[in-house]
Design a binder for this molecule. Sequence first.
Ligand SMILES: [Zn+2]
Length: 283
Amino acid sequence: MYGRLPGTSGQLVLAFEENMRYITDVHAHYDEAVFDKDRAEVLDSLHKEGVAFIINSGSEIPSSKRSVKLAEEYDYIFASVGVFPLEAETERGGGYPDWLKEIERLSGHEKTVAIGEIGLDYRMIDEASDKDAYKRAQKEVFAAQIELSKRLLLPVVIHSCEADEDLLSMLDAHPCIGMIHRYYCMQDCGRELLDRGFYIGIGPQITYPGSERLTDIVKEMPPELMLLETDAPFLPNYPLEGRATSAMIEEVCRRIAEIRGDMTPEEAAVCAMENAKRLFGIA
Ligand SMILES: [Zn+2]
């Protein structure tokens, strides 16, 4: 019923212009305050327009709880729970000394499909008084959550900024399965990650001028490792006006089709949906 996947011949039966029923957004933050005024309206309209499913991501304990709550309220929303690298110290040393237990508890929810977003982010390292301790804290929090994901048989959602080398050595020490989110933030380890079987999320950044690195990875990646994400409400499509929502994925699919030349926008959407179902175990 979904038509044919890339690489096969034949006609797709989708009417993409009228119906986005095959759009998936595997990374969004609809729990953010910027949606407080019209969250229900936005989410209802996306689903009516045919967005198949959304994974709402936590970045620390409170947003992980909110993600699970949203997943309870909406059939087509799933949750990802985890502690983001820039929150490594605040969560651990601050209000949540039992943060890992709390993440494990939230992971047990029937609609939690991943541990994330987790990873390494060295953008603020110059502000740290002890750079080694700063990195160590992030690595410990990351490693503990990777190990949890393996124990619970859940994939990870990785956020990594300016930390390619350490990311690869962490993944050597803690092999796992999952996806790379916000790939454009990384330096140059896309091929290594694809070789390790990581899925890569492609989002609105593909519409930005100067997105060559992202364009290159879109050209090169095997279709079976492609996912679609927005990081809504952050980073809307070019020219970066207003909030991002999952509706922007439609334009992302058009760009992917243009860049690759071997699939239509509809095929990109269907392919990414099938990949997301497989990775996150969504029926
Ligand atoms: Zn995010």
